[in-house]
Design a protein around this ligand. Structure first.
Ligand code: SIN
Length: 332
């Protein structure tokens, strides 16, 4: 099965990317894996100012996956431009790189994009509007507030001609609403999904397993949630989708493709095995060969097509497109 795809005006040698927060800015994992075998990477989220991040422990495992509250630790936009993007330009020419951007206010997103936009070495931006570990001064994450989301995406759209991905949260009651809001505001693609807010307690200490308290759940526990999110949003927008959440095998990736994702991102599995993204790429190829699929694009949206297709989710008509939705997810 051929794995190459052209999306956002760029050639992806295969559909497997590393997700934001799982490979730093590439340099951090360079010794343990050959990133050039992948379709691309998304960098750690970049904030306007440097962030030290949340208190340790920042990551904890549990039976069905992992929980993290890293707190967007990163060197800040100016240092990323000065120190990280030149390395990416020199080493990752053959793959596609998205810079993940995070902020507390729409103005912060715009300022970060202003700082980075005319640097070399990357294809586009992934707007992280859904981090569950970063309080926006008591407000909902942008991804759960379609009006705030629109403000950020429209603002960034006015500043850059690069592709813009918007990363959405899994805990929106109806993901078609932020998805459509992002499309109308000028997004080029959607990444589904960020981690799911959760809490792991240590029964002996009676304290949270993470230094920050609650965090974001990822890994196998998130896979069915992510696949459903892609499937749901595939029915609501025509934008290219990137599926992420719990992918650890080629067949996990196929689920996301069948639900409607054109590309997939891997996260937690690469903490457990730094070469898992390369393995998933190979397993995807073998799957296609075994199943007689000539090109990966034949799988995209396959679960929604034809007589064997699955039924579409009903879209509730009672929630207005501009409504703020969902509970507050902050972990304090
Ligand atoms: C973090 O840095 O706490 C995780 C970022 C995210 O989930 O968006």
């Amino acid at each position: 099965m051929k794995l190459d795809q052209t999306l956002f005006g760029a050639a992806f040698r295969n559909p497997v990317l590393l997700a934001a927060g799982t490979c730093g800015f590439g340099e951090e994992v360079w010794e343990v894996m050959d990133l050039r075998t992948l379709g691309g990477i998304v960098t750690k989220s970049v904030t306007l100012e440097p962030r030290a991040g949340n208190p340790a422990p920042r990551v904890a495992e549990f039976r069905a996956g992992m929980i993290n509250s890293v707190g967007l630790a990163n060197p800040g936009a100016r240092a990323v431009r000065r120190d990280k993007l030149p390395w990416i330009r020199d080493h990752l020419r053959s793959i596609q790189v998205f810079v993940s951007v995070a902020g507390h206010t729409p103005a912060e997103y715009l300022e970060i994009v202003r700082i980075l936009d005319d640097a070399d070495g990357f294809l586009g931006f992934e707007l992280n509007l859904s981090c569950p570990n970063d309080t926006r001064r008591g407000s909902l994450p942008f991804a759960l507030d379609p009006q705030a989301l629109t403000q950020v995406v429209e603002g960034v759209r006015s500043l850059t001609s690069r592709p813009i991905l918007v990363k959405l949260a899994p805990n929106a009651p109806d993901l078609s609403l932020p998805a459509r809001a992002a499309e109308e505001a000028g997004a080029d693609g959607l990444t589904l999904v960020n981690t799911l807010p959760g809490l792991v307690l240590d029964p002996r200490t009676r304290r949270p397993a993470l230094g920050a308290g609650a965090g974001g759940v990822s890994g196998p526990a998130l896979r069915a949630v992510g696949v459903h999110a892609v499937w749901r949003v595939r029915q609501a927008t025509g934008l290219p989708l990137l599926g992420v959440g719990g992918i650890a095998s080629g067949e996990d990736a196929v689920q996301y493709l069948l639900a409607g994702a054109s590309l997939v991102q891997m996260g937690t599995a690469s903490f457990w095995d730094p070469r898992s993204a390369e393995r998933v790429r190979n397993e995807l190829e073998h799957f296609g060969r075994r199943e007689g699929v000539a090109h990966v694009s034949e799988l995209v949206g396959g679960a929604l097509l034809g007589s064997g297709g699955v039924a579409a989710d009903p879209v509730p008509s009672s929630i207005p497109a501009t409504a703020s939705t969902g509970p507050d997810v902050h972990d304090g």
